[in-house]
Design a binder for this molecule. Structure first.
Ligand SMILES: [Zn+2]
Length: 224
């Protein structure tokens, strides 16, 4: 286990990735000669994962799942912004074409993006992206301002960023139309701990729009 981690942190090169790929294919075929034939036939993942780009939070490994099991979108600090065409396209495809049954936003403690959003330093163009997390702080400043321990405040903002992400997803027409069509779809918020490897369920799962303020609720689309 340690040797594997050491290998990955010290010896990763452009060439080693290609060699690693060859090794993986050989090992996989040894175990299941039909593995790639089966995967190539198509995908029907039941889960859409929205996570952080952080290299330490790979969706498949930390949930003990395999290629084909999870449709994945990642961005810095797993932010859900309703004008992000990349995220909306992934969400629409996952919900309406792949027909996933669960959408999970998974943040993580120790997130550099959340930490940066809490600071006053400039980090470049990413500051415009992280502004969304500062807006989440503004929504919850009464709770966050009184947390004196910096680490704990970052952790709580990490959780609130996920919770607001869940609410932002459920405010979208994509999710609400799916619900109004009678299809089952759960939206969930999780946080992963880099220290323990464990995932915490924030218990904000939604399967309907009844938690939303009236202004965010949408009528069914008019079909002409
Ligand atoms: Zn992160």
């Amino acid at each position: 286990m340690c040797a594997k981690i050491e290998h990955h942190t010290n010896e990763i090169t452009y060439e080693s990735l290609l060699q690693g790929n060859k090794d993986w294919v050989a090992e996989t075929l040894l175990e299941d000669p039909a593995y790639f034939d089966k995967l190539a036939a198509g995908q029907k993942p039941p889960i859409l994962w929205i996570g952080c780009s952080d290299s330490r939070v790979p969706a498949n490994q930390i949930t003990n799942t395999n290629p084909g099991d999870i449709f994945v979108h990642r961005n810095i600090a797993n932010v859900v912004v309703h004008t992000d065409m990349n995220l909306l396209s992934v969400l629409d495809y996952a919900v309406n074409i792949l027909e996933v049954e669960h959408v999970i936003i998974c943040g993580h403690y120790g997130c550099g993006g959340v930490e940066a959003a809490l600071s006053n330093k400039q980090h470049g163009i990413i500051d415009n992206w992280l502004r969304n997390i500062k807006d989440t702080y503004r929504l919850h400043y009464h709770e966050l301002d009184i947390i004196s321990d910096h680490k704990k405040r970052v952790e709580r903002l990490t959780e609130l960023n996920v919770i607001e992400g869940v609410f932002n997803l459920t405010k979208s027409s994509i999710i609400q139309n799916r619900w109004s069509s009678g299809k089952k779809l759960g939206v969930h918020g999780w946080v992963y701990s880099l220290n323990s490897g464990l995932i915490k369920d924030l218990n904000v799962s939604c399967e309907a729009n009844n938690h939303l303020g009236n202004v965010f609720k949408m009528d069914e689309p008019v079909i002409k």
